[in-house]
Design a protein around this ligand. Structure first.
Ligand SMILES: Cc1cc2nc3c(=O)[nH]c(=O)nc-3n(C[C@H](O)[C@H](O)[C@H](O)COP(=O)(O)OP(=O)(O)OC[C@H]3O[C@@H](n4cnc5c(N)ncnc54)[C@H](O)[C@@H]3O)c2cc1C
Length: 413
C-alpha cells in the first residue's frame, strides 16, 4: 500500500486525503494547528462560500492567475462533485446571489465536520499540533530528485512514497498559512513567483477617504488604472475606510494591481447616466432650486457623507447659489461625478488579504497530475500554487479540485 503524507489540513489537504485514501493509499494528514480548517472556518464571514453554481467552463474566466493550468483539475472534480460529497456527509448546500453555494446551516464548521467524517470513514490518519519542518529527498544516479519522507516538529522522520504540499499561501497568517510551502520549494530549487496579497483593500493618498470612512457606495463603477492603462473596470459596491478603500469592487480590482507604477482608482458615481444625461439632470435640479447653495443641490446626486469632499475638489465655492452656477462649473461637476479619482499608494498587508497571488510556479508541475516535474513523488495543491481567483467560491473550488487530483494521482502512480 502506498504511503502518502499530506502537509496542511486546509481545504486542499483534506480533499487530497479523501481522494488518496479512496484510491487505496495509506494516508496521513499533518496539520500544525490544534484543529483542521482554521482558515476554512472564517471563510464567507463564517458561512463558507464553498463553491459556485456556474457551469465549470465559466470558472476559467474567474481565475486570475494561470487559469489554463486548472483544465484537468476542474474536469476531474467539479463544483457539483463537491456539492455531492458534502451532501453525502450530511451538509447540504444552498445557492445564493451570484450563484454562490453556502451550507444550508450557514456554518462553515459544518463543512469541516463533514470532511472529517469522510476522512474518518476512509481511515485517514490525522496528526494535529504537528509541524512539518523539512522535506526529505534523495537523488537517483541520473540526478533526478525523489521525495522520501519528512521531518516533523517532534523530531521523527517518517518515510513517504509521496508527499502532497497543501500548506496554503501567506494571507491571514494567524490561521497557520505562513508560507512554509514556499520555503520547502525554494530549498528544492523550485521556482516560486513572489507572493503578494490579493483580494485585499487598497490604501489611498491623503485624508479624503478617512473623512468618508464608513460610507458605502452601491451601484458605482470602479476603474483601476496603472500608468494610465485600464487594468480593471467593474460595477458594484465599495466602501471608504480610514486608510483608503475596500468592499467587493475594490477587492476584485486589487487582483489586477500587481505592478509598481502610478495607480489610480476612478469611481463613476453615476454609471447609469451619460455625461449629457447627467448635465440635463443637474440643470433641472439647479433650475428648480435657484436660491439654494450648491452643496445642497448636489446632495440630490451624492450620499451626504461624500458632499464635503466632493465639493472641496471643485474650483468653486460649495456655498455658491444654484442660479450662479455656470455651464463650465456644471461641466466640472459632471466630470467629477463620472470620474472621481483616488491615488492608490499600496495594498493592505497579508494579514488582511483573502488570498495570496503568486506561489509555486505552475510550470514546474504537471497540470494533469499535480506532480512536481523536478522532484518525483512531490505533489502540490491549493493556494500554495500560483493560482488565485475572484471571490464567489472560486478559490475554494481551486483547493477542492487540485486537492482531489493530487490525491488521486499520488495514490495511483
Ligand atoms: C477571511 C477569508 C475569507 C475567505 N472566504 C472564502 C470564501 O467564502 N470562498 C472561497 O472560495 N474562498 C475564500 N477564502 C479563500 C480560501 O480560504 C482559500 O483559498 C483556501 O483556504 C485555500 O486552501 P488551502 O488548503 O490551499 O490552504 P489553507 O486553507 O491556507 O490551509 C493550509 C493549511 O496548512 C497548514 N500548514 C502550513 N504549513 C504547515 C506545516 N509546515 N506543517 C503542517 N501544517 C502546515 C496551515 O496551518 C493550514 O491549516 C477566504 C479567505 C479568507 C482569508
Amino acid at each position: 500500500m502506498k504511503k502518502i503524507w499530506i502537509i496542511g489540513g486546509g481545504p486542499a489537504g483534506m480533499m487530497a486525503a479523501i481522494s488518496a485514501s479512496e484510491a487505496g493509499a495509506e494516508v496521513t494528514l499533518v496539520e500544525k494547528n490544534e484543529k483542521l480548517g482554521k482558515k476554512l472556518y472564517i471563510t464567507g464571514k463564517g458561512r463558507c462560500n464553498v463553491t459556485n453554481a456556474a457551469p465549470m467552463e465559466d470558472f476559467f474566466g474567474e481565475v486570475v492567475s494561470n487559469p489554463k493550468f486548472l483544465f484537468s483539475a476542474f474536469r476531474a472534480f467539479t463544483n457539483e462533485d463537491m456539492k455531492r460529497v458534502l451532501e453525502e456527509e450530511g451538509c447540504p448546500l444552498k445557492e445564493e446571489r451570484g450563484a454562490r453555494y453556502f451550507p444550508v446551516s450557514d456554518r462553515s464548521s459544518d463543512v469541516t465536520a463533514a470532511l472529517q467524517r469522510r476522512m474518518k470513514r476512509d481511515g485517514v490518519r490525522i496528526r494535529l499540533n504537528t509541524e512539518v519542518k523539512e522535506l526529505l529527498t534523495e537523488e537517483d544516479p541520473e540526478g533526478k530528485k525523489r521525495v522520501t519522507g519528512l521531518r516533523l516538529s517532534d523530531g521523527s522522520t517518517p518515510a513517504a512514497d509521496a508527499v502532497i504540499l497543501a500548506t496554503g499561501g501567506c494571507s491571514y497568517p494567524s490561521t497557520g498559512s505562513t508560507g512554509d510551502g514556499y520555503a520547502f520549494a525554494k530549498k528544492l530549487d523550485l521556482q516560486v513567483t513572489e507572493p503578494v496579497p490579493s483580494l485585499v483593500p487598497l490604501e489611498c493618498k491623503g485624508d479624503e477617504c478617512r473623512k468618508m470612512q464608513g460610507l458605502a457606495l452601491k451601484n458605482v463603477g470602479f476603474r483601476l488604472e496603472l500608468d494610465g492603462k485600464t487594468r480593471y473596470d467593474g460595477f458594484g459596491e465599495m466602501l471608504f475606510t480610514h486608510f483608503g478603500i475596500s468592499g467587493p469592487l475594490v477587492l476584485t480590482a486589487s487582483c489586477y494591481y500587481n505592478k509598481p507604477g502610478k495607480a489610480v482608482g476612478i469611481i463613476d458615481l453615476k454609471p447609469a447616466l451619460t455625461p449629457e444625461e447627467l448635465d440635463k439632470r443637474l440643470l433641472r435640479d439647479l433650475a428648480e432650486q435657484p436660491k439654494k447653495q450648491w452643496k445642497n443641490v448636489c446632495g440630490g446626486l451624492l450620499p451626504s457623507g461624500m458632499i464635503p469632499v466632493f465639493c472641496a475638489r471643485l474650483s468653486f465655492s460649495e456655498e455658491r447659489r444654484a442660479c450662479d452656477i455656470t455651464g463650465a462649473m456644471r461641466e466640472e461637476a459632471v466630470s467629477l461625478l463620472k470620474a472621481f479619482p483616488l491615488e492608490i499608494t499600496g495594498k493592505r498587508p497579508f494579514a488582511e488579504a483573502i488570498i495570496t497571488q503568486g506561489g509555486l510556479g505552475v510550470k514546474g508541475f504537471s497540470p494533469s497530475t499535480m506532480e512536481c516535474k523536478q522532484v518525483a513523488g512531490l505533489y502540490a495543491a491549493g493556494e500554495v500554487l500560483d493560482l488565485d481567483a475572484h471571490t464567489g467560491g472560486f478559490n475554494l473550488q481551486i483547493a477542492w479540485s487540485t486537492g482531489f487530483l493530487a490525491g488521486k494521482s499520488a495514490a495511483a502512480e
